[in-house]
Design a protein around this ligand. Sequence first.
Ligand SMILES: CC(C)(COP(=O)(O)OP(=O)(O)OC[C@H]1O[C@@H](n2cnc3c(N)ncnc32)[C@H](O)[C@@H]1OP(=O)(O)O)[C@@H](O)C(=O)NCCC(=O)NCCS
Length: 176
Amino acid sequence: MKKRKKQGSVERASREAGKPVSASRVEMVEVVLPNDANPLGNILGGRVMHLMDIAAAIAAHRHSNSYVVTASVDYVDFRNPIRVGELIVLKSSVNRVFHSSMEVGVKVFSESVLTGERKHTSSAYLTFVALDDERQPKSVPPLILETDEDRRRFREAEQRRRIRLAHRHKRPLPGV
Ligand SMILES: CC(C)(COP(=O)(O)OP(=O)(O)OC[C@H]1O[C@@H](n2cnc3c(N)ncnc32)[C@H](O)[C@@H]1OP(=O)(O)O)[C@@H](O)C(=O)NCCC(=O)NCCS
């Protein structure tokens, strides 16, 4: 009983204090195998999107210490192919916390195992919602911004959220 009380107060304290972006940042690496590829020997776009969802969800889990669901995925493009035998590297971090939702940015790179050369191949912003035991949205700890990059991403996330929610609620897009 005492232990649970203490645990509860620790959780409350960390919720109030927030968490730095660096505490939930993710770097995920996989080798691209023939099973992941199209007939040209390039990774399938759907496989990249699957890995993006996972890399982003891990950052959201780490930040919120909760179950999360993907609420939305913004525009994804594929700038360069990733070949069988290359590495796919995914970097994700929480850009902004709203109330129960978090915007997570993911950047994808190919990496040659022979030269180490990295190429940026895709980027996307995903929104996750943290859920409680009743599967209802629950609030998540605020984000502590430590670097200029953290602050820039935080600032820019606000406008993207407005656009997303306008789409969701079929409202006119801001600034259009
Ligand atoms: C995401 C989900 C939990 C939102 O539930 P809801 O009843 O609409 O809840 P609310 O309207 O209270 O919104 C909760 C939060 O989600 C955000 N949200 C909901 N839809 C969103 C969208 N399309 N884009 C961005 N944020 C969204 C709201 O802005 C709110 O954020 P806030 O608390 O930070 O302000 C619900 O729609 C759901 O379960 N969707 C399916 C998720 C899923 O299964 N994903 C896997 C792929 S199918």
